[in-house]
Design a protein around this ligand. Structure first.
Ligand SMILES: *Cc1c(COP(=O)(O)O)cnc(C)c1O
Length: 368
């Protein structure tokens, strides 16, 4: 028997969530973001779930090439561009599109001898101050790109710092939109601004393209729950109770004995720990579901195990089903309790976790 810890990826949910992204931006094309192994969901699996997307965005050129080998024929965009001039060969060969966000990348492109043409996305720093050219130099950068014979289409992209908090006092959404538009006023080329939060909450920012990530996996980028946005969890992490302890008042649980019982308690041991991607910093009280009933973790998360409160779950025994997140327990609820975001939990799923796959559409077809 393999260990009972399994992450089930729901392809129908990926498809459904892409539908939500499209309905939020009905006149835009969708570049589905599949970086970080598709936020932990698997590149190939997500490629199938996002078959109706207009393009895929990710970070590494070798993963972009892999998407081509897997049969993806639409756009692929390297969201951070290339890291070395030697990447350009593969970019041309596999018809991958690249962001250009800094002078060094521009110079590598200018100096390269390419045996084909590529599409580039000029990245504009509109206030995030992470990647991109300042608005004041964008027109000059555009002219230099335009002068490179190997450059075919030039598009424009920027990234929001606060799309889920549009009126942020330091950098507002409107400010970023205004700087972006001013930087490239009058230049031809597709525009792409929106991440998930902007796609869901600011349809006015949907330009030629939107660029959603976390929403496609059923995570929420905002305080609003994913369910309220009509999103479905694409990853459910399940395990089982593998041991039970009955403790009395004053007994402590786990490393550091940080949790001390104030009454007689039943403690369940769950096969899942921080080496599986469960956050070690999740405190006592973090929600977890056993036998369909919501309870809490108690004590410190170990490498391979979590201890949970089974006191009020009479049915619980070794073999009881546990949901760590996903169906019946939103990943964002667990993330909030652990002081992080659903994004981090999804993409931290460790290689040793077994992956299962379901696709409601196929299952329905089979039963007909
Ligand atoms: C990760 C990323 C996205 C997607 O962001 P979400 O908040 O997950 O929707 C979009 N654009 C860029 C450049 C990114 O790096």
């Amino acid at each position: 028997m393999p260990r009972p810890l399994v992450a089930t990826i729901d392809i129908a949910a990926l498809r459904h969530n892409l539908g939500v992204a499209k309905r939020c931006a009905p006149n835009s094309k969708v570049l589905a973001v599949v970086k970080a192994n598709a936020y932990g969901h698997g590149l190939e699996r997500s490629m199938r779930g996002f078959a109706d997307a207009d393009g895929l965005g990710l970070i590494e050129v070798d993963n972009a090439a892999r998407l081509r080998q897997l049969g993806w024929q639409k756009r692929i965009v390297l969201l951070e561009g290339f890291f070395d001039a030697s990447d350009l060969q593969a970019i041309v060969e596999h018809q991958i599109e690249t962001v250009v966000h800094c002078m060094e990348q521009l110079e590598m492109l200018e100096n390269a001898q390419l045996n084909g043409r590529i599409n580039v996305h000029l990245k504009i720093n509109s206030g995030m101050n992470r990647l991109g050219f300042l608005p004041s130099v964008c027109k000059a950068i555009y002219q230099r790109l335009r002068a490179i014979p190997a450059v075919r289409d030039i598009s424009f992209i920027t990234h929001f710092a606060n799309a889920e908090d549009a009126n942020n006092a330091r950098v507002s959404l409107a400010q970023q939109v205004q700087r972006f538009n001013a930087a490239i006023e009058g230049l031809p080329g597709d525009r792409c601004l929106s991440n998930s939060a902007a796609d869901l909450m600011h349809p006015e920012c949907a330009a030629d393209w939107v660029r959603p990530g976390v929403m496609l996996y059923g995570g929420t980028p905002a305080d609003t729950t994913a369910e309220k946005f009509g999103l479905r969890p694409a990853m459910t992490l399940r395990s089982e109770i593998i041991g039970i302890q009955h403790i009395v008042v004053g007994d402590a649980v786990g490393y550091g004995s940080s949790f001390v019982a104030d009454k007689a308690m039943t403690i369940g041991i769950v096969a899942c720990g921080y080496a599986d991607g469960y956050p070690r910093h999740a405190p006592s009280g973090t929600p977890i579901v056993v036998d369909g009933i919501k309870t809490r973790i108690v004590g410190r998360v170990s490498m391979d195990m979590i201890t949970v409160d089974l006191t009020s779950i009479a049915s619980a025994r070794v073999g009881s089903k546990v949901v760590l997140w996903g169906q019946d327990l939103p990943i964002d609820e667990v993330a909030n309790a652990a002081g992080t975001v659903g994004y981090e939990l999804m993409c931290a799923i460790a290689p040793r976790v077994q992956i299962a796959e379901r696709d409601d559409l196929e299952q329905t077809n089979h039963s007909i």
